[in-house]
Design a binder for this molecule. Structure first.
Ligand code: DAH
Length: 349
């Protein structure tokens, strides 16, 4: 009787072990067949009431079956575990890869490239000049004489203890970080004959306190168009063409009289507000206009300093801030963000 009971438990247990799907089910089977409250335990406990002969027969049988069940469970556990491991190692080759974060061009570079593209499409060349300049190119050649109060308009960084020898003269001059891109006008004209049209984008520096609209390091782009019959009409037309292309809408420009030593006449240059179109809004403080920069007809003194004969050519020029244009186009309210290195700003564009 007892023998049959033990064999029944074994058959049932082995069947259930075969069916088990996971580690939890196997654990439950172990408790059910081998645990403290299991049928086996009951049988083992009742052995003491049996006759010696029966004890000899049932005891070892119960133990072998118990061992067998234990071994079967262990085997089943191993198989399930290796299946789980395989599942973990499986690679889904069709799964999309993890995106690698890529850097991109800085907004200033993007805008500068855009400006260059528009001007080259209008037949302009791109000119370049050094960021560390001599006083001659930064001031003298631009009709800003030494000791003249006009020089104060450019809060210039001078390079300490460094002077440059003036060619063919026994004189030295100071070296500066250029406060504007206008020196490139002279450098270009010394090497090229009119007619030509160029823009010269680049970095400039000024020794001044910074705030939301002033930065010690900033970008300008100079324009210079020289020929025999260039007049303010050409200037207005080119400027309107450029700004309409840059802002991708019709832009009108306005010139106000101003003064720069290197132009005569000189203008302050405005465009109609790109937010309200000229009606007046908070972006343009209700004026309908945005100030862009300085411009004018090239002063003959600058032609002479560049080696051209007086009164032979005419030309127009301007110097506009690249940050300023980027701020209007992308609605940025603080110029200091450009050089802040703050990725929250940089990665937006
Ligand atoms: N160089 C001037 C500045 O930075 C801007 C400027 C004004 C440039 C008039 C020009 C010009 O070429 O014609 O303040």
């Amino acid at each position: 009787m007892l023998e049959q009971k033990i064999l029944n438990i074994k058959t049932q247990a082995l069947e259930n072990i075969k069916k088990a799907q996971n580690e939890k089910e196997l654990f439950d089977l172990r408790v059910k067949y081998l645990g403290r409250k299991s049928g086996f335990n009951k049988i083992l406990k009742s052995l003491k009431d049996l006759s010696l002969e029966e004890k000899k027969k049932i005891g070892p049988l119960a133990n072998t079956v118990k061992k067998e069940i234990d071994e079967e469970i262990k085997k089943a556990e191993k198989i399930i575990k290796s299946k789980v491991d395989l599942e973990k190692e499986k690679i889904d080759v069709t799964a999309p890869g993890e995106k690698i974060k890529r850097g991109h061009l800085h907004l200033l570079t993007i805008v500068q490239n855009e400006i260059e593209d528009i001007f080259t499409s209008m037949g302009f060349e791109i000119a370049d000049g050094p960021e560390v300049e001599t006083e001659f190119y930064a001031f003298d050649a631009l009709n800003i004489p030494k000791n003249h109060p006009a020089r104060d308009a450019w809060d210039t960084f001078f390079i300490k203890n460094q002077k440059s020898k003036i060619k063919n003269q026994n004189l030295e001059e100071k070296i500066v970080l250029r406060p504007h891109t206008s020196p490139v006008q002279v450098r270009y004209m010394q090497k090229h004959k009119p007619p030509f049209r160029i823009i010269a984008p680049g970095k400039c520096f000024r020794h001044e306190a910074t705030d939301a609209s002033h930065e010690h390091t900033f970008y300008q782009f100079e324009a210079l168009v020289v020929g025999k019959n260039i007049n303010v009409g050409h200037f207005k037309y080119i400027a309107e063409e450029f700004f309409s292309k840059f802002f991708k809408k019709k832009i009108t420009v306005r010139l106000r009289p101003s003064f720069f030593p290197f132009t005569e006449p000189s203008f302050e240059f405005d465009i109609n507000c790109t937010v309200c179109g000229g009606k007046g809004c908070s972006a343009c403080q209700g004026t309908g206009w945005s100030e862009i920069g300085g411009a004018g007809m090239v002063n003959q003194e600058v032609f002479v300093a560049s080696g051209y004969p007086r009164e032979k050519y005419q030309g127009f020029a301007w110097g506009f801030g690249i940050e300023r244009l980027a701020m209007i186009k992308y609605k940025i309210n603080d110029i200091r963000l450009f050089h802040s290195g703050d990725l929250r700003f940089v990665s937006q564009f």
